[in-house]
Design a protein around this ligand. Structure first.
Ligand SMILES: [Zn+2]
Length: 396
């Protein structure tokens, strides 16, 4: 690069990430559930820094932080989230927010770039109160009733109470202004081992996987029956799944859950993900026929209820090309195109504007745990690639 002003400042990026790690620190990670005190302090931390990037900061009525620019020319939206899972890692979310802040700090004051990067921290990506409530609110997908019904899955505190407690009740929710942005770019840790194993620096996300989420309800001697059902899934899914299908068991609830009483009812959340919606349909049919078989045996009954099917979110081709070109310039071309395993806010933004995502390597593929980490050198390389990708997208 001939213009040194358009380089991310790696030391500044690392310092910012460590400052955010210091808010709500837990071992080497953080504990920042949505609307907790350290989460709110993190939002304020960001709001205080956005003016350094020529942005006007606002925290809206659902806890989204948005930095908007008055610079002329195209606007690119970039960001991620600042809350964490309980007792989780320091980079899941903050990495994408700090990269976006850095891109805005480098690009916005530079008059050789026509246009600006605007920054977003979407509230509750980690789903303490719901599913992508912040970004879904921004794209117009959350009603008043949805907010009335939302409550914290750990504490039971309602979202209305939480919004009052943190002083956001009654504030307007920011809505996307159609046509304002050329698109949305988000960086995230991979949360898998593909990049590390391949000796690669950057993942260019092609699509966010289709997901089917179901709830299974078992009645009568339900604990043992549910355990048997899990074993049966592991036995039978491999025969019908695709090469990259992933399935996970979420929360299991026994009712009653006392050790001396055989539970009469059990509930399990279950999710399947694959690139191919046909595979999800096939596996959901299999789940239903397995449930019917168990019920037919008469000892207990199993009901399968579909909660939601995630629509595919394809990442924009121009965005993928920009990330790849930026990787050639700043990461020696050590990039690979890959689907995203987990869901991210980019899939929500992709419903109203072109979107792209880049991944940086996760050490050992660890995620949603306080030991989650990425090498400093990979964090800095990712920042260089991110800023360059933003520059290219604005210049195109
Ligand atoms: Zn995340």
């Amino acid at each position: 690069m001939t213009d040194h002003r358009l380089h991310a400042d790696g030391a500044r990026v690392l310092a910012d990430l460590n400052a955010l790690r210091g808010i709500g620190a837990y071992k080497t990670g953080v504990h920042k559930p949505t609307f907790s005190e350290p989460h709110m302090r993190s939002l304020e931390w960001l709001a205080e820094r956005l003016p350094d990037a020529g942005l006007t900061a606002a925290i809206d009525g659902i806890g989204n932080v948005l930095g908007t620019s008055t610079k002329s020319g195209p606007k690119l939206l970039a960001g991620s989230h600042l809350e964490s899972q309980n007792f989780a890692g320091w980079l899941d979310g903050p990495l994408g927010v700090v990269y976006a802040l850095e891109a805005a700090r480098v690009i916005n004051p530079d008059l050789s770039v026509n246009g600006a990067v605007e920054v977003a921290a979407w509230c509750d990506e980690e789903g303490h109160f719901g599913s992508f409530l912040g970004s879904r609110s921004y794209v117009g997908g959350v009603t008043k009733d949805d907010i009335d019904a939302a409550c914290d899955r750990s504490s039971g505190r309602t979202m209305r109470e939480a919004l009052r407690d943190v002083g956001l009740a009654g504030r307007a929710r920011a809505k996307a202004e159609r046509g304002r942005h050329i698109g949305y770019l988000e960086a995230h840790i991979e949360q898998g081992e593909m990049l590390e194993t391949g000796g690669l620096s950057i993942g260019v996300v092609t699509s966010q996987n289709h997901a089917g989420t179901t709830r299974m309800d078992v009645s009568r001697d339900a604990g043992l029956a549910l355990a048997r059902f899990c074993v049966a899934i592991d036995d039978r899914f491999p025969r019908l799944c695709g090469p990259r299908t992933v399935w996970t068991t979420g929360r299991i609830t026994l009712d009653p859950g006392a050790p001396s009483i055989i539970p009469g009812r059990a509930e399990m959340l279950f999710q399947m993900r694959d690139d191919d919606p046909g595979v999800i349909d096939r596996l959901e049919d299999l789940l239903r026929s397995m449930a019917a078989e168990v019920s037919a045996q008469g000892r207990c009954s199993v009901a399968v209820e579909r909660l939601r099917t995630g629509a595919p979110a394809m990442m924009d081709a121009t965005f993928q090309q920009a990330i790849e070109a930026a990787s050639t310039a700043f990461a020696g071309g050590r990039s690979v195109r890959m689907p995203s395993g987990a869901g991210h806010d980019a899939q929500v933004l992709a419903t109203i504007m072109p979107a792209g995502m880049l991944f940086v390597p996760s050490i050992g593929g660890i995620s949603h745990h306080w030991s989650e980490n990425t090498a400093d050198a990979d964090i800095v390389t990712g920042a260089q690639v991110f800023v360059e990708a933003c520059r290219r997208l604005l210049m195109e």
